[in-house]
Design a protein around this ligand. Structure first.
Ligand SMILES: Cc1cc2nc3c(=O)[nH]c(=O)nc-3n(C[C@H](O)[C@H](O)[C@H](O)COP(=O)(O)OP(=O)(O)OC[C@H]3O[C@@H](n4cnc5c(N)ncnc54)[C@H](O)[C@@H]3O)c2cc1C
Length: 374
């Protein structure tokens, strides 16, 4: 049996890996000239490895851990407290923690209206709203309060991890054992009960089954068109806005995490895999306001405690969207997004239900899509 996978992000590669293990002869077509998609690691001039896209492996991410272990890639502790960022302007810590302890009960309305209903002081309310907007990449008044209830787990002094040498090594390790065609964008997928014909880079390829593992904003031509329910679900997916900025430091700095409440970005330092402090300040902005505020000057102003090297900052932009977001106006239809259609299975973080927006979700969705076909 032959299978084609469209997209060599973590979702597509996990699907291809599982299909190959299940006896399929698999070809992956990838539009870019590299694998990894939204996981993209870069080595700076001083040797520091930074993540231009997906970065933090969090405690519940079992499939990332299992996959890294199986591919022989060690994880290391970054030292950065992803879930415990010091707000600026500062907020009394006890008051902030008491506020965070109450958000798990929020269920109705929007994130903003739910926070307003909790009787928090304005600085605590703003600090929590900023934190959630930065993580989801979207304004709080457009997201349902249920997001707040589930993101309660994102607060706390838990450890964060990354793949030693960069998270993109996950993608590279998968790809080593697979047939991946790079710079080969898929344009059209013709399908029937007998199989698929996929046009990539102008050439036709035939297979019995196919995994579609591209973000929902990629407009592939399906012949015949996908069923209405699937088309509606894909068209409704919205993406959070994010950008990152990396500023080399004159000296290594111990792990730290500071949140700009008005700027909707946070700036953090971290350790290298060998445990030494890295000489780089990373900053992540979420929401349209955050992406606009994220300038080298604003980041330096947020961190007067650090001395910056005389080196060019590196910026990463994700103009088409960073990851899927749950909105009141345009909810994610988890069931319809994940559902197979004839010989087509669907993967990608946006199809991963409660794990959406994460590397964990991408991997889980790829494994699920392969199971759908097997
Ligand atoms: C800035 C940023 C920070 C993040 N931080 C974190 C984090 O800290 N922790 C975390 O867990 N997650 C994080 N994420 C999210 C995580 O990176 C994604 O959820 C995950 O990588 C998505 O994987 P995917 O395979 O679903 O999609 P993608 O990685 O987007 O893969 C889809 C692939 O399809 C390819 N493609 C597109 N069109 C075509 C076509 N026509 N033909 C062939 N191929 C095509 C694309 O080039 C891409 O390689 C972050 C993401 C961003 C952008």
């Amino acid at each position: 049996m032959r299978a084609i996978v469209v997209g060599a992000g973590l979702a597509g590669l996990a699907a291809a890996d599982a299909l190959a293990a299940g006896g399929f002869e698999v070809t992956v077509f990838e539009a870019r000239d590299r694998v990894g998609g939204r996981v993209w690691s870069r080595t700076l001039d001083d040797g520091s490895v930074v993540e231009l896209g997906g970065e933090f492996v969090l405690p519940p991410d079992d499939v990332v851990r299992r996959t890294a272990r199986r591919l022989g890639l060690p994880l290391y502790e970054k030292g950065t407290l992803y879930g415990d960022r010091e707000p600026r302007p500062p907020v009394a810590r006890e008051e902030l923690l008491a506020g965070i302890a109450r958000i798990g009960g929020a269920r109705d309305g929007t994130i903003r209206s739910a926070l307003e209903g909790l009787g928090l002081s304005p600085p605590v309310l703003e600090a929590i709203a900023a934190r959630v907007e930065v993580s989801t990449g979207y304004p709080a008044h457009e997201q349902p309060a249920s997001v707040l209830a589930s993101s309660g787990a994102g607060f706390g002094p838990f450890p964060s991890h990354g793949v030693a040498g960069g998270n993109q090594r996950l993608a590279l390790a998968f790809a080593r054992h697979l047939r991946v065609e790079l710079s080969a964008p898929v344009e059209r997928v013709a399908w029937s009960d007998d199989g698929v014909h996929v046009r990539a880079n102008g050439a036709e390829h035939e297979a019995e089954a196919c995994v579609i593992a591209v973000p929902a904003y990629v407009e592939l031509v399906f012949d015949p068109p996908l069923p209405e329910r699937k088309r509606r679900a894909l068209a409704a997916v919205r993406y959070g806005h994010a950008a990152k900025l990396f500023l080399p430091l004159a000296e290594p700095a111990e792990p730290s995490a500071v949140l700009s409440v008005p700027g909707r970005f946070w700036a953090y330092t971290q350790r290298a895999p060998d445990g030494s402090a890295l000489p780089v300040l990373s900053a992540f902005a979420g929401s349209p306001l955050g992406v606009e505020s994220l300038t080298p000057e604003a980041v330096r102003e947020l961190r007067p405690d650090l001395t910056f090297a005389d080196a060019e900052p590196v910026r990463s932009e994700w103009p088409e969207g960073a990851y899927s977001v749950r909105l009141l106006e345009s909810p994610l239809d988890d069931e319809a997004l994940a559902e197979p259609v004839g010989p087509l299975a669907f993967a990608g973080e946006h199809t991963a239900g409660e794990w959406h927006a994460l590397m964990e979700g991408a991997l889980r969705s790829g494994e699920r899509a392969a199971r759908d076909l097997i």
